[in-house]
Design a protein around this ligand. Structure first.
Ligand code: JHZ
Ligand code: ZN
Length: 416
């Protein structure tokens, strides 16, 4: 194991400090967004990707996570605005905050944690709402700044929270999308949110949802950046010590099944009936029981074996298979399953920073989208399965030319 990897302090839960142990390992894993130049393959960084479930507070988490600076920096490869559907999603999210939480407030102030290229804040900016994005990855933060979106490049903690409150005042709304599950010091962030939020403010965030991951065996949500996979139960427990109460939950179809959580200073707002309903659903799904995770492990192994059987069969038939979307998620799938460039000729991706590079670990070449359309493969392995609706619509030509999709969530299948 690399000595700079950050181990969990003696196998204790990152939230409640109870003793925990991994229930499985996905093995040696590289940085999920660590796309390499061909001359960089020599000193690639690896860590052990091993999730654990805390029976005490219900938090699903990684035992070991690389240092944040290894993942989020001035070469961060994920730009939120690459999906048209996600652009629309964040516009709706922003408008719902503007029309409910902020309605009739005088000069409200909105803070977004992990604002990436400004995909959500641009809607606040366009309406003249005071806002501040906090984005540690300098390259994506710069994209936002060039659009006039106020953004600072930093990691959020309670010290930064105090500095922001001193300079701008406290926030009416703090927002975060696909970022809370990335931050290992969740109690530190909760403390920062508690200090930065107005007494009548709200904290709204969304992340991939544990219930969906378990139900669909979408184990590819587990990678270095996702140190937590949340449930309503674990979120409620994590924020309770900071007098932040879970007052609402709202399932989202994004990223293969997400949950939006709304929290508010304890006692400041009514708790929606949906919170208790969701907690009951989670209990019925067995999300609070260790045996659920043993079953999940077996499901992951079955999924891996079925996918590799399919790829080996196609390789035997000399079919061309190309990956579609060099997602973070695909790093887990490719390396856990043991795929090589022999199975997947290249991965097509529209993000310029990923093109011409090699996928982390397995070193499958990433090529521009034009390479996919220029000469359709026999099969496209849908790594960006969470964008299936958008992609299948765009790629009707591939299917009419005889191309077929290989999918693996919720089950391995070949589809038209
Ligand atoms: P996509 C990232 O995960 C990383 P990833 C992060 N950790 C996280 O939590 C989630 O997002 C929110 C490409 N593409 O969205 C663009 C096409 O080529 O599934 C992207 O590289 N053609 C912050 O990386 C990738 O696929 C297309 O038509 O798993 C999609 O990545 C479309 C729609 C996308 O997120
Ligand atoms: Zn715990």
């Amino acid at each position: 194991m690399n000595p700079t990897a950050k181990p969990l302090s003696n196998g204790h839960c990152r939230v409640c400090s109870a003793k925990i142990a991994p229930f499985m390992s996905f093995g040696r894993m590289p940085i999920a967004n660590g796309f390499l130049r061909p001359d960089e393959t020599g000193n690639e960084y690896f860590f052990e990707l091993a999730p654990a479930f805390c029976e005490s507070c219900g938090m699903f988490q990684l035992l070991e996570q690389p240092q944040p600076e290894k993942m989020f920096h001035e070469q961060y490869a994920f730009y939120s605005s690459t999906s048209r559907y996600m652009q629309a999603h964040f516009e709706v999210f922003a408008l719902s905050v503007i029309n409910t939480v902020l309605a009739e407030r005088k000069d409200p102030f909105v803070v977004e944690l992990g604002s990436n290229d400004g995909i959500m804040l641009r809607h606040f900016k366009a309406r003249g709402v005071r806002h501040l994005g906090i984005e540690p990855s300098a390259n994506v933060a710069e994209v936002a700044r060039t659009q006039g979106i106020s953004t600072i490049s930093a990691f959020f903690d309670h010290k930064l929270a105090d500095g922001i409150a001193a300079e701008h005042g406290r926030a009416d709304a703090i927002l975060a999308a696909n970022v809370m599950c990335h931050i290992p010091d969740l109690p530190g962030v909760a403390a920062g949110v508690q200090r930065l939020l107005k007494p009548d403010g709200v904290f709204i965030f969304e992340d991939p949802y544990l219930g969906d991951m378990i139900a669909k065996t979408s184990y590819d949500q587990i990678y270095d950046e996702h140190v937590f996979i949340f449930s309503a139960n674990s979120v409620r427990c994590a924020f309770e010590p900071f007098a932040l109460e879970l007052i609402d939950v709202m399932p989202q179809i994004t990223h293969g099944g997400s949950m939006r959580y709304t929290l508010a200073p304890k006692g400041s707002r009514q708790v929606s009936i949906k919170v208790n309903e969701q907690l009951a659903k989670e209990a019925a799904l067995g999300l609070d029981r260790a045996e659920t995770y043993h079953r999940f492990k077996a499901n992951c192994e079955n999924s891996r074996d079925a996918l590799m059987r399919t790829l080996e069969r196609l390789r035997g038939q000399e079919k061309r298979v190309v990956g579609y979307g060099a997602t973070s998620k695909s790093t887990t799938v490719i390396n856990y399953c043991g795929m090589t460039p022999e199975h997947v000729e290249f991965i097509s991706d529209t993000t310029p920073i990923k093109q011409g590079r090699l996928s982390p670990g397995a070193h499958i070449p990433v090529k521009p989208y034009g390479e996919f359309t220029k000469r359709y493969p026999d099969y496209a392995l849908l790594f960006a399965w969470n964008h299936a609706a958008e992609i299948r619509e765009k790629e009707a030509g591939f299917v009419s030319a005889g191309g077929r999709w290989i999918v693996y969530v919720p089950e391995v299948a070949i589809v038209a």
